[in-house]
Unconditional design. Structure first.
Length: 338
């Protein structure tokens, strides 16, 4: 694998103007992310926390920022920045919808499919050195099932180029939603992209719930499954999963794509100084989906996903890259050693 040559070819593709307008549907999670910049190693943070609790409580001051959050909303933002038209299907409160309109002002994201009669979800992300800890309240995502999909939603799903469902782990009706929506997508031309996330919130039901995902895989409803190195083990290992779908495995160091007939080598990530970790996987998924739309070879698609994520985590304001900015980033980007 000639990484330099693959990168040069990818830059050429990104520099060309694309006349086709790609339509992407993402669902079902939007929340408010509160980033707490702890700037400490995890063990030091825990020790400081224990000391504070031992004295009966108290206050710790950290720099904090409010951002648009939720896998679907984050992915929508990144996709829109790359030049794709995105429809977000979700449910929040009236206040949540006003915040959503603020966050997406000027972006090519259709918000009219977001219901306003639900609850606003929150995530507090403790950003530690080398890791992050998220404390989440799922809001309306917790029970976002097939009944939340309107006939109007179904029409846009059938017309989409890619339909993406994420945050299955936080959704009690996630399997039913995926079966319903992906079945509708298959009636049209859409590719289906599933980013289930961490299954830990399923608790004691995790094994049974994952059996539901296996049934979706067996039915051929999932074209691409996006997982990290921890999730892939919980969902069944690459060798098992690739028999049914294209597995998009991404880690902080590398990514690889595996299917029944083809597996790439490990494609290294780019070496940047991360200023945040929360949302990196969502930016990565957006790059992967964009590469799918552009019909890129697997190695270039993964490289593009790495670049979109690396740009995002290295930006002081957490800005998602535009297409030309990804190309410029790649010009000087250096690969990690793996």
């Amino acid at each position: 694998m000639d990484l330099s040559n693959e990168k040069e070819n990818l830059i050429k593709v990104l520099r060309k103007k694309n006349s086709k307008r790609f339509n992407i549907v993402v669902m079902p999670h939007f929340c408010i992310d509160n980033f707490v910049h702890c700037n400490q190693k995890p063990d030091i943070f825990i020790n400081n926390l224990k000391a504070l609790l031992a004295q009966g409580g108290g206050n710790i001051t950290f720099s904090q920022e409010l951002h648009c959050g939720g896998k679907a909303a984050n992915c929508a933002s990144a996709l829109s920045s790359l030049g794709l038209h995105v429809t977000l299907i979700a449910k929040t409160s009236i206040l949540g919808y006003k915040l959503l309109k603020h966050f997406f002002a000027g972006k090519d994201v259709e918000l009219s499919h977001v219901a306003k009669d639900g609850g606003l979800a929150f995530t507090t992300a403790l950003e530690l050195e080398g890791s992050n800890l998220m404390l989440s309240y799922a809001g309306s995502l917790e029970n976002f099932g097939p009944e939340s999909i309107s006939s109007r939603d179904e029409k846009i799903i059938k017309k989409a180029d890619v339909v993406c469902i994420s945050d299955w782990g936080l959704n009690n009706k996630g399997t039913a939603l995926a079966q319903h929506v992906f079945s509708i997508a298959k009636e049209g031309k859409a590719k289906t992209f599933f980013d289930p996330g961490d299954p830990s919130p399923k608790g004691g039901k995790e094994h049974k719930e994952i059996e539901g995902i296996n049934r979706l895989l067996a039915k051929g409803l999932i074209d691409m499954l996006s997982v990290n190195e921890n999730e892939v083990i919980r969902y069944g290992t690459i060798d098992f999963l690739k028999e049914f779908t294209m597995v998009e495995l991404h880690t902080a160091s590398y990514a690889m794509s595996a299917s029944k007939n083809f597996t790439t080598e490990k494609v290294p990530a780019f070496n940047v100084s991360p200023l945040r970790l929360t949302g990196a996987g969502d930016a990565w998924a957006a790059g992967d989906i964009f590469g799918l739309c552009l019909s890129l070879p697997a190695v270039q698609r993964l490289m593009l996903a790495h670049a979109v994520a690396a740009y995002y985590i290295s930006q002081p304001q957490g800005k998602h890259a535009k297409r030309h900015e990804v190309a410029s980033f790649l010009e000087d980007a250096r690969f990690k050693q793996i």
